[in-house]
Design a protein around this ligand. Structure first.
Ligand code: C5P
Length: 222
């Protein structure tokens, strides 16, 4: 039996990270949340008062930045220069600005290189926007996951409430639509379904159903 590399891409709030994390546990694979890496450099750039439209400034900062992803019981923990920023990178301020930072080609080049190293270990599920198209173009299994914007906003809303974060549904929906548009229309590796990716619409599916589906697809390839 061999382990495989699974690429999961899709728009904001499609459930990629929840599902990838659970599927990774079930398969005994490593889960890598690449969005957390874009969020981490966005957080640091804001903290350092950088102009987020300046690709050069951000890339320079990124070159001297360490971002580590560590699995833990409460999901993946994100360390930025040794500091745990797992919560700090989920604030509305970071969420509202991350797509602008992620649109810089040189920022992507740096992070994609780091992601390729992480993908090399095998037995990995990686989620993001360009995993099947750029990070692991030869992944054994590629999934493009989506759901209606209403359903995605609803899930974000429920998720936020559980974490004690109160943001209006309409605001979440508008943010999701704005980010999708930005991610899909950027020039540097836009969000697009890889030709050989399987399209999975999760609007009507439960988390368990999607996890089971991915588990079965992976087992068939191992
Ligand atoms: O997955 P998450 O919503 O945390 O990602 C935050 C943002 O990071 C996305 O909206 C997108 O702009 C960017 N991203 C990306 N490529 C990836 C992962 C995330 O451009 N592989």
């Amino acid at each position: 039996m061999k382990t495989i590399r699974i690429a999961i891409d899709g728009p904001a709030g499609a459930g990629k990270s929840t599902i990838a994390k659970l599927a990774a546990e079930k398969l005994n694979y490593t889960y890598v949340d690449t969005g957390a890496m874009y969020r981490a450099i966005t957080y640091k750039s804001i903290k350092n008062g950088l102009d987020l439209s300046s690709e050069q400034e951000i890339v320079k900062l990124l070159e001297e930045t360490s971002i580590e992803l560590q699995p833990s019981e409460n999901g993946q923990q994100v360390y930025l220069d040794g500091e745990n920023v797992s919560e700090a990178i989920r604030t509305q301020d970071v969420t509202a600005n991350v797509s602008q930072v992620a649109a810089h080609a040189l920022v992507r080049e740096d992070l994609v290189k780091r992601q390729m190293v992480l993908a090399n270990t095998g037995g990995v599920i990686m989620d993001g926007r360009d995993i099947g198209t750029h990070v692991i173009p030869d992944a054994e299994l590629k999934i493009f996951m989506s759901a209606s914007a209403d359903e995605r906003a609803r899930r974000r809303f429920v998720d936020n409430e559980k974490r004690g974060i109160h943001i209006e549904f309409e605001e979440l929906k508008a943010d999701i639509i704005r980010r999708d548009k930005f991610d899909s229309e950027r020039e540097a590796s836009p969000l697009v379904q890889a030709e050989d990716a399987l399209y999975l619409d999760t609007t009507e599916l439960s988390i368990e159903q999607v996890v089971d589906e991915i588990y079965m697809l992976a087992k068939a390839k191992e």
